[in-house]
Every structure is written in C-alpha cells, then in structure tokens.
Design a protein around this ligand. Structure first.
Ligand code: ADP
Ligand code: MG
Length: 219
C-alpha cells in the first residue's frame, strides 16, 4: 500500500479539494484507493453536509452514513477551531499514537491511501504536539497544498522547510488557485520551484483541470 499525507500551508487552502481530485484521478486509473480524514473540527454530527468527511466519502463513491463517517473520521469536534482547543472545550484530548495507528491501518496491496490532515503543517493537536508530529509518526510522503493568494510564497516555503526539517519526504507542492491571485499561477509556480529543489510544484486552477496524481508520480 502507498500512503500520501495531504497537508497544507494553512487552513482553507484546498486540501480537501486536492484530496477529492486525487481520488477521482486514482479511481479513473482503475487503482484501488481509500482515504481518511482522521481529525475534523467544525463537524456537526446532526448533518455532515458539505464537510470534508462527506466530500471525501462522495469522492470514494461511498454513501455518507454514520458508519462510513466513523470509519474515515473517528475524531470529530463540533467547534471550527484548532483540534487541541476544540477537544479541550469538549473535555476530550487527542492521542497522537492512537491517530498514527489509525492512519497506518493496513490497506489492500497495490492500493493508495490518502490521509487528509487538518489545518496547516503546525496546527496543534494536543497540548504538546502538532500535526507535524503526527506526520512524523505516520512517516508517509507529504503532499503540501498551498494557495496562490498574496503571501503564499512565504507561507508555503516556511511549511516546506518545516516538513523537510523533520526528515519527511515531500511528494509535491500543489498550488490550488485562490479566489484572488496577484499573478498568474505559472509565476507562483516558477518562483516556488526555484526554492523547492527537487520537489515537484504543480498547479490546480479554479476549474479543477489537472493531473496531479500523474504529475507527482503517484500513478
Ligand atoms: N483550485 C481550486 N479551485 C476551486 N475551488 C477551490 C480550489 N481550491 C480550493 N477551493 C475551494 O476553496 C474552499 C476551501 O478549500 P478546501 O479544500 O476545503 O480547503 P482545506 O481542506 O485546506 O481547508 C472550498 O470551497 C474549495 O472547494
Ligand atoms: Mg479540508
């Protein structure tokens, strides 16, 4: 099984959008895949609506039911804030090892497992640990999603540095086009590429046309 951890330079940059596009590409190539979003905040158990969990289940071609939600997103919190705070407000706490074991759960041979993180690369999950610590435990290659908004260059390079600094492999950077960009996507791509070494930097325009899975060598 191949795993890929989808993280981001921040929240709301396009991690779920990229995850669902990747799932479509993988399924269209006839390759088996699973996807999980282990920790989700801002989740209303009374109506999963357009939550990340629901969007991912739909991209997997699965029904959105209590069971399927439990299966891919066991750690759900009501408030749309960082997981450590959301958990504390509910008198709960997350356990990094437990989440890592869930992420590592065996998948079928020759299948691809996508793990969508939460927030940006250093959002706290517990009093002491951030999602980066979870990524280190899981040790899967990381796909870093970034926006194309003004300010993305520093956010993205900082995130890239943080991830690489912990010895993780970065499978690629996806620039998911923001609603407003100061320059064409290609310019942001060229600039980030200059600083990204061997890491492929790919773009995802607003119309969703892209072949990310191929471009990063996943399929
Ligand atoms: N490249 C893009 N094209 C069109 N819409 C996008 C793109 N990237 C993100 N979005 C939209 O922006 C919003 C935030 O993206 P989302 O994937 O939920 O971010 P994240 O998972 O990082 O929080 C969503 O409504 C999503 O559909
Ligand atoms: Mg998301």
């Amino acid at each position: 099984m191949t795993s890929l951890f989808v993280s981001g330079s921040g929240t709301n940059v396009g991690k779920t959008f990229v995850t669902t596009i990747l799932l479509n590409e993988i399924r269209q190539a006839g390759i088996a895949c699973t996807a999980v979003k282990p920790v989700i905040s801002g989740f209303d158990d009374d109506g999963p609506g357009e939550s990340d969990t629901a969007l991912i289940l739909e991209a997997l071609g699965r029904d959105v039911t209590r069971n399927s939600i439990d299966e891919i997103s066991p750690w759900r919190f009501r408030e749309p804030i960082s997981p450590d705070m959301a958990a504390a407000h509910e008198g709960r706490a997350l356990d990094i090892q437990e989440i890592a074991r869930f992420c590592d759960a065996n998948g079928a041979l020759n299948s691809i497992r996508i793990i969508e993180g939460v927030g940006g690369v250093m959002v706290p999950l517990t009093e002491q640990a951030t999602i980066l610590d979870l990524m280190v435990e899981v040790a899967a290659p990381v796909l870093l999603v970034a926006g194309s908004y003004l300010g993305t260059l520093s956010h993205t390079l900082t995130a890239l540095h943080a991830v690489q600094n912990r010895g993780l492999t970065v499978a690629g950077v996806v620039i998911s086009e923001s609603l407003e960009s100061p320059v064409p996507l290609s310019e942001t791509q060229a600039t980030l590429s200059r600083f990204a070494g061997k890491v492929p930097v790919v773009t995802l325009p607003r119309d969703g046309s892209s072949e990310i899975a191929k471009e990063i060598g996943l399929i």
